[in-house]
Design a protein around this ligand. Structure first.
Ligand code: CA
Length: 271
C-alpha cells in the first residue's frame, strides 16, 4: 500500500494546472509527400539516316511540322535566323531574322503561331502560319529552349534546372518544375522536345539528352550521343543542340551547333 499512498501524495502535490490539451490528431502521412528519386538509366542510340546540315548554322531550335517540313532557328548576334530546311538536301530558306542586338534561341509552334525566344533580351517573337510577325511577348530571365506539349502549352528552359510551362495565348507561367537527376538538380537544360509524354532536353556542353518526366521533373534516362559525329565531321563543330520529333511517324532527329550533319536516330532503352 505504501507505493499507492506515495503516488496519491504525489498526485495531490502536483500544482493545480489545467489539464494539457489532448495532442491534435495528425493526418496520416501523405505517401506522395516526398518522392524517392529514380536512378536515371543510360540509354543509347542508333543512326537511322544521315542528312547534310548547314555547317554555319548555330542551331538553337529544331522543329518538324506534321507535314514533314523541318524548321530551325539559329543564334549569335547579327546571325539569328528562322529557317525552312529541306531535310534531305540540307538547303534552307531564311524566312525571318532578328535585329542585330538579339540572339536567337529555341523555337516551337503552338496555337497557330511560331514562337521564337531570345537568349538575353527577354522577348519572344511570334509569327503566324504564313510567317507574318504576329506580336511579341516579354518574359523575365534568359530564354534557351522551347517546345510544345499535346495540350498546346509551351515548355521553356532558361539554362538552369528549371522548366516553366507557359500559356501560348499570354505567355504567362502556369507551372514550374525543377529537373533532377538521381536526386540532384540537373542544370544547363537547353533545346527541348516533347517526345511521347516526356521532355527531351539537351544538356548544354554535354553529349547528353535528358529524358524528363514533366509531372515531377525527374530524369528517367540520359541518352548518350557520344560518337554521333565522325571525327572528321566534328572538326569545327560545336555542341550537340537541336532535337525534333514527329509524333505520327515517331521519327526523331538531332543535330548540333555548326554541325555539318543532321541525324535521324532511334533511341535504344539500354546501354
Ligand atoms: Ca525542338
Amino acid at each position: 500500500m505504501r507505493w499507492f499512498f506515495a503516488l496519491w501524495l504525489a498526485g495531490c502535490a502536483a500544482p493545480a494546472t489545467p489539464p494539457a490539451a489532448a495532442p491534435p490528431t495528425l493526418p496520416p502521412a501523405s505517401p506522395v509527400a516526398v518522392e524517392t528519386p529514380v536512378a536515371a538509366a543510360l540509354w543509347n542510340y542508333e543512326v537511322v539516316e544521315r542528312y547534310p546540315h548547314d555547317p554555319k548554322a548555330y542551331t538553337q531550335g529544331l522543329w518538324m511540322d506534321p507535314k514533314g517540313q523541318m524548321w530551325e532557328t539559329t543564334g549569335l548576334r547579327k546571325e539569328s535566323t528562322l529557317r525552312q530546311v529541306d531535310l534531305t538536301t540540307g538547303k534552307f530558306k531564311v524566312v525571318a531574322r532578328l535585329s542585330d542586338k538579339e540572339f536567337g534561341e529555341g523555337l516551337a509552334f503552338a496555337a497557330g503561331r511560331f514562337f521564337w525566344i531570345t537568349w538575353d533580351t527577354q522577348v519572344c517573337h511570334t509569327f503566324d502560319a504564313h510567317l507574318k510577325p504576329a506580336g511579341d511577348f516579354k518574359y523575365e530571365g534568359e530564354g534557351w529552349g522551347l517546345t510544345t506539349d499535346p495540350a498546346g502549352d509551351l515548355w521553356m528552359s532558361n539554362g538552369s534546372d528549371k522548366l516553366v510551362l507557359r500559356d501560348p495565348k499570354t505567355f504567362a507561367v502556369k507551372r514550374e518544375i525543377s529537373v533532377s537527376r538521381d536526386g540532384q538538380p540537373l542544370g544547363y537544360l537547353n533545346e527541348l522536345e516533347w517526345v511521347e509524354g516526356r521532355i527531351y532536353a539537351n544538356v548544354y556542353r554535354a553529349p547528353f539528352v535528358a529524358v524528363i518526366r514533366p509531372e515531377n521533373g525527374q530524369v528517367e534516362a540520359v541518352i548518350d550521343f557520344t560518337g554521333l559525329l565522325s571525327e572528321s565531321d566534328a572538326q569545327g563543330a560545336d555542341v550537340l543542340n537541336g532535337i525534333a520529333y514527329e509524333a505520327a511517324s515517331k521519327k526523331l532527329w538531332v543535330t548540333g551547333k555548326l554541325w555539318p550533319k543532321l541525324f535521324q536516330v532511334r533511341v535504344r532503352q539500354g546501354p
